[in-house]
Write a protein that binds this ligand. Structure first.
Ligand code: KIV
Ligand code: NA
Length: 275
């Protein structure tokens, strides 16, 4: 299993860090078998698994429940858990209690938090307490209400400069990686060269030190529409739909279960049964 130190080394050796989300035992197991470097138990859980239209409805208990299942499926992979909406804002004490729960109760290795500003002191406290932190900047879905929608961030010089400053501050606060979501590739390249810690991109171009995407997005699993930055590598929807429709049809037409899928008993036992 890789460590935070390995990820830093990968950046220095220009080896790409591969991250994917997972939310349960089978997705984690398959991600580990595919040899990803890091698994993110993202609060995108709310959207792709629980059916909410926002990540703000995801609770600590949801994250813990799913992170435990991920850990059982991928016991040999570095696991990062998203701290959910408002779980790292109220007080340093609350942040530490929540951060500790996400690590202690699940066996995950690190947490991820969105934003800089007021969050910086929380990042510092978590790291000082021994909890590795990834910072998430650019498009931060937990504050989409304030951002005013799911839009590319840092397109103009002023907002780009702000993201560069935030990234540096997160690094200074102790984050071992900075995740950049939905920013122009030139900005992501600039931040990646300025920071000593690795950057992980989603919709941030090819120059970040690593990449992350949502499991359900890259496999087209239970979702209909994907963002511009998602490349679908498989279409599981199609396979599941075909499988389920055939199952329904075969039961209704009594093609299933056939003898191959049924148990029998010997004639003499039948006689015994009926006397
Ligand atoms: O929740 C999530 O899946 C994430 C990634 C999109 C980075 O935060
Ligand atoms: Na997230």
């Amino acid at each position: 299993m890789k460590s935070t130190k390995d990820f830093l080394e990968m950046k220095n050796q220009r080896k790409k860090i591969v991250m994917v989300t997972a939310y349960d035992y089978p997705s984690a197991k398959l991600a580990e078998q595919a040899d990803v470097d890091m698994i993110l138990v993202g609060d995108s859980l709310g959207n792709v698994v629980l059916g909410y239209d926002s990540t703000v409805y995801v609770a600590m208990e949801d994250m813990i429940h799913h992170a435990k299942a991920v850990k059982r499926g991928a016991c040999d992979t570095f696991i990062v858990v998203d701290m959910p909406f408002m779980s790292y804002h109220l007080s340093i004490r609350d942040t530490l209690i929540n951060g500790a729960r996400l690590i202690q109760e699940t066996g995950a290795h690190a947490v991820k938090v969105e934003g800089a500003d007021k969050v910086l002191e929380h990042i510092e406290a978590l790291v000082k307490a021994g909890i590795p932190v990834i910072s998430h900047l650019g498009l931060t879905p937990q504050s989409v209400g304030v951002l005013g929608g799911f839009k590319v961030q840092g397109k103009d010089a002023e907002s780009a400069r702000q993201i560069v400053e935030d990234a540096k501050r997160c690094q200074d606060a102790g984050a071992f990686a900075v995740l950049l979501e939905c920013v122009p590739k030139q900005l992501a390249e600039e931040i990646s060269s300025l920071l000593t810690v690795p950057t992980i991109g989603i919709g941030a171009g090819v120059h970040t030190d690593g990449q992350v995407l949502v499991y359900h997005d890259i496999l087209t699993y239970g979702i209909e529409r994907v963002s511009k930055f998602v490349k679908p590598y498989a279409d599981i929807n199609k396979q599941i739909t075909n499988g389920l429709r055939t199952y329904v049809h075969e039961i209704r037409s009594e093609l299933f279960p056939d003898d191959q899928h049924s148990f029998t008993m010997k004639e003499e036992e039948l006689k015994f049964l009926y006397g």
